[in-house]
Design a protein around this ligand. Structure first.
Ligand code: UD1
Ligand code: CA
Length: 452
């Protein structure tokens, strides 16, 4: 097999996004567009990926890291000019070069591999991935001759009224013979409406030289769509969401309403888990088997083990054991770790804390900076008073302790193993194991008071 290279175009600012974030870094289902492309290229087993960076170069490099090499396009003079910047890395090399845009996030490794295969089989010097668009507005149009051969690409802005009626578009994805590419690029001019050096002009140059130029029509336009503005971004999000949801459904995950279910590209979900509508699984999340998530649950950067139920709640940077019941309306903030068979009920907020197997906080609690053992009962309204206005302090509650309703535990403090804290107590001193602490004013009744 010939050497295979890839060039990713990612130097543009993305003016039409009207954003301070560079276009290719806009996320689709939680992952930046350019990362989607590089992930697919990595799956294609190309020998070297060169990313063309310009606007936001450092941020793009931070995102992609060591997986690609980089070439700088200091001034954005067009897609042809962009590819030319890769000459320092790829010039003179023998092989096949795939060129993709950083703004076509839905392209799959499968389609790219098909395209390269088609290119290698036809022996063409250039093969362009085209698609048939219902509404081709904005895209370059593919112009074919009477023999149905691709002759050239005309940009929307340069096209005549008649040319604009063509529905076959340039997806911005191509495979070239590497030396023919750089050779032809040297001859691309900028005499067009935008005054730019267009990469698609290479097609016409090779074609007039009598070289074979081929086209491969993508089976699905949606996969090839380019994202230039926020409207297209939301479309891309919709198609990516469908693809991700379909994948997990084929793996045994149930979704009551997949259109209302948002799962990041990096999530992993076990079989027989049900995701109810309005739920968002964001970033790196693993969910085990047999769970029920939602409705209206947000889980971010967390791990949930098997058979847990999380209803109408928010879980962020936390770890949840198996058989756990959370919600409705619970809030797990970062660094919360729950053991197995834990119960966290409504209006409970947890932060930087852990709770051992079988423990419960069923209603209206704030438990932060706490180390809670197993089989502990935290009564309704119990609170760890962790903050004195300057510093945070730890509350320790040992196995089997029972904390009554509306108890304030003023940290630093320890409630010993199997100890009881009476309802309404404000605990300032450690409670020894197996004992009962009562810290509240005694009740006095003033009889006949209301008649006075
Ligand atoms: C381009 C194609 C068009 C095709 C469409 C498919 C050209 C001239 N036009 O148009 O035929 O139908 O993609 O989506 O190629 N970029 C650089 N440096 C530059 C200019 C652009 O790196 O100087 C990068 C951008 O960051 C972007 C990609 O190249 O990722 C494509 O540029 P964009 O301006 O989006 O091209 P389109 O107008 O969409
Ligand atoms: Ca584009």
């Amino acid at each position: 097999m010939k050497n295979r290279y890839a060039v990713v175009l990612a130097a543009g600012k993305g003016t039409r996004m009207k954003s301070s974030l560079y276009k290719v870094l806009h996320p689709v289902c939680g992952k930046p567009m350019v990362q989607h492309i590089v992930d697919q290229l990595t799956a294609c087993e190309v020998d070297d990926i060169v990313t063309i960076v310009g606007h936001g170069a450092d941020k793009v490099k931070d995102q992609l890291g060591e997986r690609t090499s980089y070439a700088l396009q200091a001034e954005q003079l067009g897609t042809g000019h962009a590819v030319m910047q890769a000459e320092s890395v790829l010039g003179g090399k023998d092989g096949t070069t795939l060129v993709v845009s950083g703004d076509t996030p839905l392209l799959t490794a499968e389609t790219l591999t098909e395209l390269m295969k088609h290119h290698e089989e036809t022996g063409a010097k250039a093969t362009i991935l085209t698609a048939v668009a219902e509404d081709p507005t904005g895209y370059g149009r593919v112009l074919r001759n009477d023999g149905d051969q691709v002759e050239r690409i005309v940009e929307h802005k340069d096209a005549t009224y008649k040319e604009r009626r063509v529905k076959e578009i340039n997806t911005g994805t191509y495979v070239f013979d590497n030396t023919a590419l750089f050779d032809a690029l040297a001859n691309v001019g900028n005499d067009n409406v935008q005054g730019e050096y267009y990469l698609p002009d290479v097609i016409e140059i090779l074609q007039t030289r009598g070289e074979t130029v081929s086209a491969h029509i993508a089976p699905d336009f949606n996969e090839t769509m380019g994202v230039n503005d926020r409207v297209a971004l939301s479309e891309a999000e919709k198609w990516m969401k469908r693809r991700i949801n379909r994948h997990w459904m084929t793996q045994g995950v149930s979704m009551t309403d997949p259109e209302q279910t948002y799962i990041s590209s990096d999530a992993v979900i076990g079989a027989d888990t049900v995701i109810e509508p309005g739920s968002m699984i964001k970033g790196n999340v693993t969910i085990g088997q047999g769970c029920v998530i939602g409705p209206h649950t947000v889980i971010e950067e967390s791990a949930v083990a098997d058979n847990s139920v999380i209803r109408q709640s928010t879980v962020n940077r936390s770890r949840v054991g198996s058989g756990v019941a959370i919600g409705p309306f619970a809030h797990l903030r970062p660094e919360t770790t729950l053991g197995n068979d834990v119960k966290v009920g409504n209006f409970v907020e947890l932060k930087k804390m852990s709770m051992g197997d079988g423990s419960k906080a069923s209603h209206l609690s704030y438990l932060g900076d706490a180390d809670i053992g197993s089989d502990v009962n935290m009564g309704c309204g119990s609170i760890t008073v962790n903050y004195d206005g300057k510093n945070k302090f730890l509350t320790t509650i040992e196995d089997g302790a029972f904390v009554g309703c509306n108890a304030n535990l003023i940290a630093p403090v320890t409630v010993g193993k199997g100890a009881y804290v009476a309802a309404g107590s404000t605990i300032t001193d450690d409670v020894p194991g197996e004992s009962l602490a009562i810290a509240r004013a005694r009740q006095t009744n003033k009889e006949g008071y209301s008649k006075k």
